[in-house]
Structure formats: C-alpha cells, structure tokens
Design a protein around this ligand. Structure first.
Ligand code: HEC
Length: 152
C-alpha cells in the first residue's frame, strides 16, 4: 500500500513539474530550445532574419575574415553554422550572450560588437532563434552540443 502512495506522489510531482516547465514565458513560448520543434524553429528563422542576419549572415555564414580583429576594435560577427564556434558553447551561455550582449560577459578589456537583445526579444523568442540556429547543424554536432549543455 505504502509503495503505491509513494509512487502516486512521484508521478504527481512529475506531472506538476512538467506543467510548470512547459508554461513558458509571459508570451507562452517555451523557455528552452528544441531544434525538432518545427513551430519554434519556423518562428526562430523569421526572428533570425530580422535581428541577426545583418551581422551573422543570411545563411549563418558570419562576416568575412571573422577571426581577424577589426581596426575599430573587437571582432566581426562569427558564423553560427558548423564552421563557427557557437556550437562549442552550452545553451545557457548562448542564451545569455544573446540576451545581455557581449560586453556584459567578456572581460572589460575586450571590446564586444555583439548587441544585447533584452529589449527587442522576449526570452521565448531568443530560445526560438537558438532553435533555428541549432536546426541547421549536422546531427552529430547537435548531439555534442546537447551533451555539453547538460553537463554545464
Ligand atoms: C551588430 C551586429 C550583430 C548582430 C545584429 C547580432 N550579433 Fe551576435 N555577435 C556579433 C559579434 C561581433 C560577435 C562576436 C563576439 C563579440 O563581439 O562579442 C557576436 C557573437 C554572438 C554569439 C557568441 C558566439 C560564439 O561563438 O561565441 C552569439 C550566441 C550571438 N552572437 C548570437 C546572436 C543572435 C542570436 C543574434 C540575433 C538575435 C545576434 N547575435 C545579432 C555581432 C552581432
């Protein structure tokens, strides 16, 4: 009997837990990225074109000579496809970098050219953009980045 009560408790907690998890932000969008969620990816693709493509490229290719420091300081925008290093970072970092902008997160001596999108995009919209970016990665890279996001 006791065993069943315990089991029921665990199941209820799991259901409530998932419910809260899926509630999303104020706009009801999921607060995590899922490159297999086609609705989220489609929304992210549009938002990417409007907010990120001008620097990171329409095809995620980044700016030319993106590794070479600019005369004005800092770096050009890196690609978000597999040739860049976006996928070397866990989800939490990508989210924070997009929301807060680079200057909040890099050492003060480094000049960041990456603006923050806190005022332009909701948290759910940022996760949608990240879903789109990830959906363009080969499966192998996606898996590696997912594992990294789980451990850091
Ligand atoms: C005005 C140009 C510009 C725009 C617009 C822009 N970025 Fe960036 N972004 C950069 C630059 C430049 C960097 C390189 C690092 C730095 O300067 O901080 C960067 C770096 C990043 C990084 C870190 C990548 C890495 O591999 O370390 C992420 C993530 C990122 N941008 C996401 C976005 C997303 C998502 C958008 C759109 C919502 C966006 N950026 C729009 C210029 C831009």
């Amino acid at each position: 009997m006791m065993k069943w009560i315990l089991l029921a408790g665990v199941v209820t907690a799991a259901i409530i837990g998932t419910g809260i998890y899926n509630l999303g932000g104020g706009d009801g969008l999921p607060l995590r990225s899922d490159p297999d969620n086609q609705t989220q990816v489609a929304m992210g693709k549009t938002l990417y074109a409007e907010n990120c493509a001008s620097c990171h490229g329409a095809k995620l290719e980044g700016q030319r000579n993106w590794r070479k420091p600019l005369a004005a300081g800092g770096l050009p925008a890196p690609p978000h496809d597999e040739s860049g290093h976006t996928w070397h970072h866990p989800d939490a970092m990508l989210f924070r970098y997009t929301k807060l902008g680079g200057q909040q997160l890099v050492p003060p001596s480094f000049k960041s050219n990456m603006p923050g999108f806190e005022d332009a995009l909701s948290d759910g919209q940022i996760w949608a953009v990240l879903s789109y970016i990830k959906s363009e990665w080969p499966l192998k890279i996606r898996r590696r980045q997912t594992r990294m996001s789980q451990t850091r």
